[in-house]
Design a protein around this ligand. Structure first.
Ligand code: NOJ
Length: 554
């Protein structure tokens, strides 16, 4: 049986059983009417966030950025982009959030800088062989006159991971060419980021999300080793030249010493897109980052076997390292899960997006039903859940953004093969009308479709069957129900029905089948908008593609 509930989770461990809400600042709320979301906009919505019941906000980058990669190309890691506010705005946001009991996690992007970062400008100006170039990865090209890239490394955004400068040398960029990779063997790079962590921790941030955490340590020995297919080719044993090298863990052990200088210690969560979760969980060791994003649930289709397999695997693999479990189904990098779940199992999402969503017309009711059920399931799992802004509204992917509106470099850099990630970054609808559905008072940087009005927060607020109210209720209840990692599968007697127990008085059941099944106990919560419990709370059945929490009958 699962472990019993323990006393309140100690403050320093708050992130182990937390609900964390990701904000993509440019798309959340625009206070100054320039069409771009900003820090005062977030601050103005803190009551909404605190009513949602979340424990913390994770802010995607808000730093000065030329926006070659949506803010993940940074020119100053210790400032706020003037379009998004000031450091004073940041301090006010932290203070107001803390006052409401909401913690703040910020993004740290240590693999690369912007090509407008002063270090990179200095490196380009200083020329080949200069000490300034040592902070990055500059190399002479191969082939006649060095005309070919130094190695076969490919960029995630398409094309070679090398760009040639005017003086003939090449520099490495695993993402956009405006994001030169840093050389983590250089002591100044290490010092810069350690100082950056302290800078923000001193300002009161509670934790850090580490971007592409598995890429910092690279094998740069000559000749450069082959890695033509980035993640796909990882040998899964720490010997890849670019990713998940064993040496990278030493960096995080030194960061942990910094986090632990604070009271309470600062938390951290690693973003590591890795084909397995077994090596990924190594980053979550207690003397390293403590937590990783486990993307296995996010990669699963709406299917009971897939859900069961990834949940079992993650539970098993995290147990070996003692790190904290996490679950996530949506983010600023992938099509929204309500949309994904309504597509047939195995759909090529890139092809579907390229067709503007016309290849398979989406059934909105299916999308909502499945997304609600998955949420009720995810919020019942032990560990932390990371939500992505707008999912609480049931938002769908905006699949038919006109190509001339696209901002994500992925579209151009892949020669229009991939449409990119803008469809999940469209500014949020807060109200049913206004120039940008209440996002701001002067339009939005990405076009919002008319159907956003149906999903507006204002139209869901206070409506018991709405997605927003489901999230509010589930998050509030979950806090009361269990705060340990207790979990065990319970045989439902039906392969289409998943059932698990978290505590003696708390179980979750998810019905993937096309028939109604009984709820074997007293209903606590259901994803079914029509399934409000009766007075006894007992006589309930679970309709197809719904989920529920219940107290089992003995
Ligand atoms: C991961 C981030 O989530 C993504 O948005 C970004 O493009 C890359 N890292 C590069 O920083």
């Amino acid at each position: 049986m699962p472990a019993h509930r323990s006393a309140t989770t100690p403050t320093s461990d708050w992130w182990r059983q937390a609900v964390i809400y990701q904000i993509y600042p440019r798309s959340f709320a625009d206070a100054d009417g320039d069409g771009i979301g900003d820090l005062p906009g977030i601050r103005s919505r803190l009551d909404y966030l605190s009513r949602l019941g979340i424990d913390a906000i994770w802010l995607s980058p808000f730093y000065p950025s030329p926006l070659a990669d949506g803010g993940y190309d940074i020119t100053d890691h210790r400032d706020v982009d003037p379009r998004l506010g000031t450091l004073d705005d940041f301090d006010a946001l932290v203070a107001d959030a803390h006052q409401r009991g909401v913690r703040i996690i910020i993004d740290i992007v240590p693999n690369h800088t912007s090509d407008r970062h002063p270090w990179f400008l200095e490196a380009v100006a200083a020329g080949p062989g200069s000490p300034a170039r040592e902070r990055y990865i500059f190399r002479d090209g191969s082939g006649p006159d060095g005309r070919e890239p130094p190695s076969d490394w490919r960029s995630h955004f398409g094309g070679p991971a090398w760009h040639r400068t005017a003086d003939g040398q090449w520099y490495c960029h695993l993402f956009a060419r405006e994001q030169p990779d840093l050389n983590w063997a250089h002591p100044e790079v290490r010092d810069y980021f350690e100082d950056t962590l302290r800078f923000w921790a001193d300002r009161g941030v509670d934790g850090f999300r580490i971007d592409v955490a598995h890429s910092l340590a690279k094998d740069l020995s000559s000749p450069l080793r082959s890695q033509p297919n980035l993640d796909g080719m990882l040998p899964l044993d720490g010997s890849d030249p670019l990713y998940d090298r064993d040496e990278v863990h030493e960096i995080y052990r030194s960061w942990r010493r910094i986090f632990d200088e604070y009271d309470p210690p600062r938390m951290a969560v690693a973003e590591t897109w890795h084909p397995t979760s077994s090596r990924t969980y190594l980053y979550a060791r207690a003397d390293e980052l403590g937590q990783i994003f486990d993307f296995s649930l996010l990669k699963a289709d709406w299917h009971p076997d897939q859900f069961r397999t990834v949940i079992s695997r993650s539970l098993g693999e995290h147990a070996g390292v003692g790190g904290a479990l996490t679950w996530v189904v949506s983010s600023h990098d992938v099509p929204r899960h309500a949309t994904r779940y309504a597509l047939p199992v195995g759909t090529d999402l890139d092809a579907w997006l390229r067709s503007d969503g016309t290849h398979f017309p989406l059934d909105e009711a299916t999308a909502q039903r499945r997304a609600r059920a998955a949420t009720v399931m995810m919020l019942a799992l032990p560990g932390s859940a990371y939500l992505y802004q707008g999912e609480e509204l049931g938002l769908l992917e905006v699949a038919d953004l006109p190509v001339d509106a696209l901002q994500d470099p992925v579209y151009e850099r892949t020669g229009h093969r991939l449409k990119g990630r803008d469809g999940c970054r469209v500014p949020l609808p807060w109200t049913v009308d206004g120039s940008s559905f209440g996002f701001g008072n002067n339009g939005a940087w990405l076009p919002q479709p008319d159907w956003f009005a149906t999903y507006a927060a204002s139209s869901q607020d206070g409506h018991p069957g709405s997605s927003l109210e489901l999230y509010r209720r589930a998050i509030t209840l979950r806090r009361k129900l269990a705060d340990t990692d207790g979990f065990c599968w319970v045989d439902s007697g039906d392969a289409q029905v998943l059932r698990f127990a978290r505590a003696e008085d708390w179980q979750c059941i998810v019905n993937f089948s096309a028939h109604t099944v009984p709820i074997p106990g007293r209903l606590i919560l259901t994803s079914d908008p029509a399934g409000i419990p009766d007075r006894t709370g007992q006589s309930h059945t679970l309709r197809p593609e719904t989920a529920a929490w219940f107290t089992p009958m003995n």
